[in-house]
Design a protein around this ligand. Sequence first.
Ligand SMILES: O=C(O)CCC(=O)C(=O)O
Ligand SMILES: [Fe+2]
Length: 349
Amino acid sequence: MGEVDPSFIQDLEHRPKPQTIEAEGIPLIDLSPINSPDSDPNAVASLAAEIGSASKNWGFFQVTNHGVPLKFREKIHLASRKFFALPKEEKKKVLRDEVNPYGYYDTEHTKNVRDWKEVFDFTVQEPMVIPASHEPDDQELKELTNQWPEYPPEMREACEEYAAEMQKLAFKLMELIALSLGLPRNRFHGFFKEQTTFIRLNYYPPCPIADLALGVGRHKDAGALTILWQDEVGGLQVKRKTDGEWVLVKPTPDAYIINVGDIIQVWSNEEYESVEHRVQVNSEKERFSIPFFFNPAHDTLVEPLEELVNEQNPAKYKAYNWGKFFTNRKRSNYKKLEVENIQIHHFKN
Ligand SMILES: O=C(O)CCC(=O)C(=O)O
Ligand SMILES: [Fe+2]
């Protein structure tokens, strides 16, 4: 990344601490009850309850026996390593911009501070339909498509195969979340017939100012659910709900990290919480991660589910249009804006 640019420097209060404790408590949940051919209803019910309490108490959990064959994850990871090892000029051939936000990018900002990372984004349902602008009165829509690099040649196939596996896992997790809230198993499916889901390949190069910068600044994921794979280097930190302390999520081989996003916080009327997280970088080691952001159709009106609100527990949020929220948020990722980026608390009742 050349000379250290002041745009990477975090304010004092947001810098990583030299010693961050490893989270002991982030639940590790075994998904085998839903991946065995004759799944026992009692085992599924207790699994849903486990996921419910993890979503409530942590907003994060890890899953094993998730049913995603290792070979797909290995293939996309290898393709990602090959892609990011290319010279900058080569990567910039698939540079994303404000017109097409899919492709390569190395100057993303989170909360107006630049992240120490490079990314490659691709959409899972092509073309992806979203509003043409974040302006509330503009009804125009646009269609987004992926840009695939020439090298490595297997990049596209690796990404598409992995996306198909993530889709299956995401629907299973949404079923368990529905059950945990006392809703019919397929309660959420309709929101995802059309999707704005995307996958990001993250590459965090070694950082000479690892004590001043972050790989990704503190944020909450705006969508419904995130399924993250991280390599063995580690660096993901979660803000623990009990005391507000930043704790490191210890890499668990072949597990996925799941976190509930802002949309589930709203749908569940705050029964579950989208928790703040960030990424610490390493002065010696590079790090790779692959988040899958499961997002509903652009025209989804996000609001607390009617089954979960009543007189005693009135809706905590006003409805908002997901597509407008998404395009507004994306806008702030490209450049430093003079305003705070859009957040769900702006729609609080
Ligand atoms: O790299 C990671 O571990 C997490 C990245 C992340 O939180 C994000 O891209 O939203
Ligand atoms: Fe995130």
